[in-house]
Design a protein around this ligand. Structure first.
Ligand code: KIV
Ligand code: ZN
Length: 506
């Protein structure tokens, strides 16, 4: 055990204390199941004394999740400890986590108690918790702003009282890595019985140093890290689990310490937590942000395509992401451009590629993000013109709040004019159904988006569709019009025309 780091996840407790994030019981249980798949060692499921909801959540998680330690938080108050036990006792491996502040500021203004009283209360709380379960954790809240002598004294006392884990929180994110590492060394040096417990840290991110402080503490000998998914938590949050874990994995050469985490579940866990808490992950967030494995500059893209390790220190696959992304924009080079077109199924001649690249650069000057559908439109409309097998002649919609929408669509196909009507779930669905009947190429709509590309009430709407054909091929299409139903029909036909062209080309 000493040579691996215990990952104590507090997303459901400290993470849920993030302003703006709150979870109901079902959501907490869903996250707990995902944390179990991620293989964290401890799930802190909540603070049962805080509310009836927290009590029920801890109890349900304790009943449902096996093979993992489930912790319940309690102040050093007897009722809190009893209540924590009532909730967590159903767990296969229950832990009571009790805490009291130890800094002079907290003693004077918040607790209004002397050091001797705090020490006595802490010891009594640990003993009471020990009466319920052998697995008891004690936290010295605001440890980093506490007097060192008192911190050493209380740590020694709670270990004597039976605390199997002692946690040193940087509650207000005040510490600096070298200083925090020094504190951990000092505890090792001065607390005689320190080897009888697992030393833990719990770092907040007020100065953006929570992960750095956690890693410094590991170097100084701690073996449990308290952290949260996406770095959620009070104020600026806690140390982010994914960053700590991937730092240990990526720099194993330095730390020589592993975790039990199944890193391939990291991305999914991050998405689950973000979706359920409603707390968005910032785009450039380390490990799980949208840009974490995206390269835009031409030099980077060129290096990456030659050898991935030129610009990636870990693989997206290692966190459960399918692949890195080369973002095409004005900084991108020819190499990345050709590679992306290849992935989209285009095999252009050198002349076609030259023309396409010039058009792409022009477009990139006007438009920040270039999507696959933009590239396809650029190639199909201006480089290798796709024959328009089906052309929209007109459409007519009947729709209203109390009637089933019906669409009549007329297409020109070579020299013939075809007309069909269909009903649907909405006018767009009705139009797509009518087109399916006319073209005899039914597609399953995988993605549909609409946005305005000009301003005002009479703005032009651009519709993008992604459809899956019967032979499982996926084709994109886009169309624009001031009428979004018409734009939808054009986008759908654009995709169908591409499918016909590709099929005929073989
Ligand atoms: O930040 C903190 O000190 C805490 C304790 C309860 C561990 O969250
Ligand atoms: Zn905290």
């Amino acid at each position: 055990m000493k040579d691996r780091i215990i990952i104590f996840d507090t997303t459901l407790r400290d993470g849920e204390q993030s302003p703006g994030a709150s979870l109901n019981i079902t959501e907490k249980v869903q996250i707990a199941h995902q944390l179990a798949k991620l293989k964290v060692d401890v799930i802190e499921a909540g603070f049962p004394m805080a509310s009836e909801g927290d009590f029920e959540a801890v109890k349900t998680v304790a009943k449902e999740i096996s093979g993992i330690t489930i912790a319940a938080l309690a102040r050093t108050i007897p009722n809190d400890i009893d209540r924590a036990w009532e909730a967590v006792k159903y767990a296969e491996q229950p832990r009571i986590h009790t805490f009291i502040a130890t800094s002079n500021i907290h003693l004077k203004y918040k607790l209004k108690r002397s050091k001797a009283e705090v020490l006595k209360t802490a010891v009594a709380a640990v003993k009471r918790a020990k009466g319920y379960t052998p697995d008891v954790e004690f936290s010295a809240e605001d440890a980093t702003r506490s007097e060192r002598d008192f911190l050493c004294e209380i740590v020694a006392a709670v270990i004597d009282a039976g605390a199997t884990t002692v946690n040193i929180p940087d509650t207000v994110g005040y510490s600096i890595p070298a200083e925090f590492g020094g504190l951990i060394y000092e505890l090792h040096r001065r607390v005689a019985n320190i080897d009888k417990t697992v030393l833990s840290v719990h770092c907040h991110n007020d100065l953006g140093l929570a992960v750095a402080n956690s890693l410094a503490a590991i170097n100084a000998g701690v073996r449990q890290i308290e952290c949260t998914i996406n770095g959620l938590g009070e104020r600026a949050g806690n140390a982010s689990l994914e960053e700590v874990v991937m730092a240990l994995k990526t720099r194993h050469d330095l730390f020589e310490l592993g975790t039990r985490i199944n890193t391939k579940e990291i991305y999914k866990t991050s998405r689950t937590v973000s979706n359920l808490t409603g707390m968005m992950v910032q785009r450039n967030k380390a490990i799980v942000g949208e840009n974490a494995f995206a390269h835009e500059s031409g030099i980077h893209q060129d290096g990456f395509l030659k050898e991935k390790t030129t610009y990636e220190i870990m693989t997206p696959e290692s966190i459960g992401l399918a692949q890195s992304q080369l973002v095409l924009g004005k900084h991108s080079g020819r190499h990345a451009f050709r590679d992306r077109l290849g992935n989209l199924g285009y095999d252009l001649s050198d002349t076609e590629l030259d023309k396409a690249f010039k058009l792409f650069k022009k477009l990139a000057d006007k438009k920040k993000d270039i999507f696959d559908v933009d590239l396809m439109a650029l190639i199909d409309d201006e480089v290798r013109i796709i024959p328009q097998r089906f052309i929209l002649k007109y459409l007519h919609i009947e729709s209203g709040s109390n009637e089933e929408p019906q669409a009549t669509v007329a297409l020109r196909c070579q020299d013939e004019e075809l007309k069909e009507s269909a009903c649907g779930d909405g006018p767009v669905d009705a139009v797509f159904k009518a087109i399916d009947r006319l073209t005899q190429i039914p597609g399953k709509l995988l993605d549909y988006s609409v946005r305005s590309i000009t301003r005002g009430k009479d703005a032009v709407g651009e519709v993008r569709v992604k459809i899956c054909l019967a032979d499982k091929r996926v084709v994109f299409g886009k169309g624009a019009s001031t009428d979004i139903i018409e734009a939808s029909a054009k986008a759908y036909l654009h995709a169908i025309n591409r499918a016909v062209y590709e099929r005929e080309k073989g």
